[in-house]
Design a protein around this ligand. Structure first.
Ligand code: PLP
Ligand code: SF4
Length: 342
């Protein structure tokens, strides 16, 4: 079987389902792509509630439009001093290394990068060298994020070439790779790759698990290969309506991640991006879950709940409020009000 599959019709037939025409309409706008590994995680007996199916199969809701939605609400284009570079914060900048992914996540906020279909757009040597000059000139930048698409779609040789250019820049002290490959294509995480990434002493790896069903022996092996090579691992999760918007589901996910030396870093609310609004839970749901965690989940397993403001306003953390006046506070059990004399 091919490793990556883009024929929605064939896959649906293999699953024994007939998709309505609207779904093929959605697919015309936002193509379908899934790794055979991720496809095999689908539980065919309960498709309509299956978290793997819902994250990877198109839905007719992707074509819904309203005036609040945008292709690029964060205005990443505006904060892009050069092609493939986003510089929005003082000490860190993000490189779009490729538009390729191993599976197209239906809730992706950079859908604009792959909506035209499966065409390869990797960063070129020329683009990289311009970015390197920019990073050198703007020496307040101390951290580079490799993002995409998924950077691990690049070959080991290409990754090494990019990393070598970046770590040679004196002011760059930290590199962060953001990749969902451990979740969707764990076989890509080989010993050779982990040795390569582990050879950079300042490299962090941020992966992207959304549901305990993604915690398979294969994905956990992939993460272990990385952590064993001395690479610190973080995880970001997107809060997805009807998929993981349950405090217990997320508690189990985050607990299992820390058991595997992966620190839950962010829990993101869905941004107002075209084609993903149907996954939005509302901010209150996220705050309710954070409140549940305070009592039920270890601090080291608890991520920050964040939204990314439109118009390039940046990521901000949201916390449930325990006090209206910063004098009287609600206990974590709720119900009891306690005075705090500062
Ligand atoms: C999210 C993001 C970062 C990283 O932000 P952290 O809060 O440090 O994780 C950097 N640059 C851009 C453009 C981003 O969107
Ligand atoms: S792997 Fe990341 S960039 Fe690719 S589709 Fe999923 S969320 Fe988007």
């Amino acid at each position: 079987m091919e490793r990556l599959i883009s024929n929605l019709k064939k896959v649906s037939e293999a699953l024994g389902i007939e998709l309505p025409q609207e779904i093929y309409e959605a697919e015309k706008h936002y193509p379908f792509l899934i790794s055979s590994y991720y496809l095999n995680l689908i539980d065919k007996t309960q498709l309509s509630s299956d978290p793997i199916f819902l994250q990877s199969f198109p839905s007719e809701h992707e074509l819904e439009q309203n005036e609040l939605l945008s292709e690029d609400p964060q205005d990443e284009q505006k904060h892009s001093p050069l092609p493939k570079l986003i510089h929005r914060y003082r000490d860190r900048a993000l490189i779009l290394t490729t538009n390729r992914c191993s599976t197209f996540c239906r809730f992706c906020f950079r859908k604009r990068r792959w909506k035209k279909g499966i065409h390869k757009e990797d960063i070129s040597d020329e683009e990289l060298s311009k970015i390197a000059s920019y990073l050198k000139t703007n020496n307040e930048i101390e951290e580079v994020l490799l993002s995409g698409g998924d950077p691990l779609m690049l070959s080991n040789a290409r990754l090494k070439a990019i990393l070598d250019v970046i770590v040679r820049i004196k002011n760059i002290k930290t590199v962060r790779i953001a990749s969902r490959i451990p979740v969707t294509l764990p076989e890509r995480i080989t010993k050779t790759l982990s040795k390569l990434l582990g050879s950079y002493s300042n490299l962090w790896f941020v992966t992207h698990f959304n549901h305990p069903r993604e915690l398979t022996s294969e994905s956990m092996r992939a993460c272990r290969v990385l952590t064993s090579a001395g690479i610190p691992m973080l995880n970001q999760t997107v809060l997805l309506k009807g998929i993981n918007d349950s405090p217990e589901v997320l508690r189990i996910l985050f607990r299992t991640l820390i058991e595997n030396k992966i620190k839950p870093y962010y829990l993101f609310h869905i941004d107002p991006v075209c084609g993903v609004a149907h996954f939005s839970t509302g901010i209150l749901k996220g705050l309710e879950i954070m409140r549940y965690f305070r009592k039920n989940l270890s601090g080291i397993a608890t991520p920050q709940f964040a939204i990314d403001l439109p118009e390039g306003g940046g990521k901000i953390n949201l916390q449930p409020s325990y006090s209206a006046d910063n004098k009287f506070f609600e206990s974590i059990e709720g119900g009891k009000i306690i005075k705090y004399a500062d």
